[in-house]
Design a binder for this molecule. Sequence first.
Ligand code: PMP
Length: 454
Amino acid sequence: MTTTTEKLQELDRQHHFHPFTDQGDLNKKGTRIISKADGVYLWDTDGHKMLDGMAGLWCVAVGYGRDELVEAARQQMSELPYYNSFFQCTTPPAIKLAEKLAEVAPDHVNNVFFTGSGSESNDTVLRLVRHYWAVQGQPEKSVIISRKNAYHGSTVAGASLGGMGYMHKQGGLPIPGIEHIDQPYWFEEGGDLTPEEFGLQRAQLLEEKILELGVEKVAAFIGEPLQGAGGVIIPPSTYWPEIQRICDKYGILLIADEVICGFGRTGNWFGSDTFGIKPDFMPIAKGLSSGYLPIGGVMFSDRVAEVLKNEAGEINHGYTYSGHPAAAAVALKNLEIIQDEKLVERVAEDTGPYLQDRWQELLDHPLVGETRGVGLVCALELVKDKTTRERLAPDGKAGGLCRDFCTSNGLVMRATGDIMLISPPLTITRDEIDELIEKAKKSLDDTLKAIEAG
Ligand code: PMP
């Protein structure tokens, strides 16, 4: 007899092509089908319950099962399910969401262009940045400097801005006019330098690159306040102040990709607040709507608004779903929940420090070479030797093994190579954090046993 799960898996094999997946490989096994969620928990179609340590894909900030968001969507869909913001039109939810975003963003950031995702936001940023300089008579000022191992999305510009070599290999990327400097990943690349020395050195690569290209060619620098998908790489404290100094010195635009860090993840509304960055552009998505409906945006500073709103003429760019009213209504309600439940403060003062304390305990495990984190986002490095940082098996096998043990132990934890990541919903309680840590410890033990058994 075939179960519902098996039937669905078979249909999935036949018709559904998955993102970031070796489909041939997956089809030999079959997908895990997630069918229900509540709070911080997920269930699959076999009834297996898991604590979602990744908040979906870093996005379900307010947790699953929020009736307020369902109701916001229902109301808006029955009143006006769709209208666009082209042709001198807009909708009430898009306006109210723009106002709310200006309220929670850094003081000098008061405008937003809406998109449907983080990737679209970064495609938008690329065009707006170049347009900003072009309308000021500097069209050659068009190069954007990014970092290796950055993630900025999967669209053509998003993946080109990103610094993932394995993504560039497919589809003829990166597009011209984008340069990648080395990342501030101390554990892997810091050698004998202190984190502070290393952070400074890696930031100064930006200045070297600007001078190499000629400042008249450089439009902007883009970086995630902390690299999320790259492995929760938290730059040393010296990094961002130096990047900021260099951007200010040469007058180039600073883009802080807030798609993961935005909306409370690091204990402030934005990662830029946490790391002391003063961005000109902030791509946003994910936590903006807690993933309940797809929506993203590009926020920009007053300095940029001055040009884009007064001197730039018509912007030949926009999406059918820019400012989608149902998505905007859900996002607005989501931000109200974050405010009303003081989730940002809770991450800063209570659950963030608690998680960071407990996460550090994992450093005692023989497989763990480093633990790191800020707010409600953490990573640990799996190693063979704690002192030399020697890795276990090549090709991230230990990470995949550990992730699979987590899943069977009822915890969703992500593996990037041999880095294990968590980024749970901002609503997670102390008790649920305890559960997460216990499950992580058990999964590390299981991984160690499996490695020792060969
Ligand atoms: N920027 C960053 C920093 C991201 O982490 C992501 C997604 N993980 C994106 C952009 C792309 O967002 P999306 O998947 O919504 O297109």
